[in-house]
Design a protein. Sequence first.
Length: 170
Amino acid sequence: MLQPTLKKLKIRQTSILSIIVTIVITTACTADSSTALGTTIIDPATPGSQSYELGQTVYNMQCATCHGANGEGQFPDAPLEKDLTGRYGAPPHDETGHTWHHDDDLLVQIIKEGGMGDPVNFYVMPALDSVLSDAEVEAVIAYIKTMWTPEQVATQQERTRLVREQNSPG
Ligand code: HEC
């Protein structure tokens, strides 16, 4: 009578173990995607909030030297002109700039993988993937969005929605 009981116990142990393993794996995956980059549409940060503080810190430390302390760009007097070296500087991110024309996923891509300008005609936008976490990338985008008009925010969010719809299978 002892044998079958032991066997049952063993089976039960194995299945409990596999349930635990499944839970751990599922939790790990959920935790990974909880940064939500690429799934939610980023809202402008609320001044005073934690995400605003984080975005502002990241911006000041990693972006401001090139894009300007207030998002005014590298050459605020003539952002659309090449300088003496024959290159365009870092563009403004504020409401005078072009950044709000890009959907969230493209902004994430540019920040993580670097700019798309050629080095002959443009100063270089570095890839910051190894420097910033997903949460920091999201926060800095949320911070930049506070530099846009409400209309620009709405247009950019709608664009993000449309681009995702077009790219989603089915
Ligand atoms: C060393 C200078 C430099 C730093 C630092 C830098 N950028 Fe840039 N960035 C550029 C330049 C130059 C361009 C334009 C050329 C290009 O896109 O390749 C650019 C382009 C961009 C664009 C595309 C804008 C548009 O209107 O098309 C985004 C978005 C951007 N940067 C975001 C950031 C963010 C966010 C940070 C900080 C986390 C940052 N950059 C840090 C130089 C920089």
